[in-house]
Design a protein around this ligand. Structure first.
Ligand code: CA
Length: 226
């Protein structure tokens, strides 16, 4: 899943980026409100971690503009303000959740997982199709009870597949939700990673789960495609 971090303090931005990347999220960073708004316009983020106090446009303005433009991207607002009326204001402006600085990183991760569960995995941190499971907290992946060791990118790709089980996924969607803005759109890196992932997830099993939809993309599902 792809996250935009909008945070002006370089140290905090680096800390957030590194921490989120270690959890296999694809992360882009903006250091002021205008840049954040711009990136949110041109890319498809699954979630935005938005600081309240920002140069050029503050977090509330960014949030209001996003919502006015019809964006429904999940937004987690970060702020040093702890007053109840500020929290209410943030939520009323369209924030999906709210965290007060300083915070424990584990809590940020848990809130992000909770927000991302809303649209997807029905209230659980375990994603599953057939005998394949992925645990969003421990990052353990198993098939038929046996652990599968994945690289960070393979894991992120599988997570995206599992969040979209039964739906056809295009390469464009994969590039938008699994890679950050540094992906070269002309490279074949997505095909390469799907190949790696298949090798680990499907090879040796009678029923493959990752299917190619010729000319369109991929489909993760239990039954072979007709
Ligand atoms: Ca700030």
């Amino acid at each position: 899943m792809r996250i935009l971090v909008v945070e002006d303090e370089p140290k905090v931005a680096r800390f957030l980026t590194r921490g989120l990347e270690e959890e296999f999220y694809a992360v882009d960073v903006a250091h002021d409100g205008e840049a954040g708004l711009y990136l949110a316009e041109i890319n498809h983020y699954d979630l935005i971690v938005l600081d309240w106090m920002l140069p050029k446009k503050d977090g509330l303005q960014v949030l209001q503009e996003l919502r006015q433009r019809g964006s429904q991207t999940l937004v987690l607002l970060l702020t040093a303000r702890d007053a109840v009326k500020d929290r209410i204001r943030g939520l009323d402006c369209g924030a999906d959740d709210y965290l007060t600085k300083p915070f424990v990183f584990e809590e940020l991760l848990a809130r992000i997982r909770a927000l991302l569960r809303r649209g997807h995995s029905g209230g659980t941190n375990l994603l599953r199709v057939a005998d394949l499971t992925l645990d969003l907290v421990t990052h353990q992946v198993t098939r038929n009870g046996t652990a599968i060791v994945l690289t960070p990118k393979e894991y992120a790709l599988l997570e995206y597949f599992l969040r979209n089980t039964g739906k056809i996924i295009t390469k464009t969607q994969i590039s938008e939700h699994v890679w950050d803005e540094h992906l070269d759109p002309f490279s074949n890196v997505i095909e390469v990673y799907v190949h790696y992932l298949r090798d680990k997830v499907d090879r040796g099993f009678a029923r493959p789960l990752i299917h190619t939809v010729r000319g369109v993309g991929y489909l993760l599902k239990e039954e072979p495609t007709p």
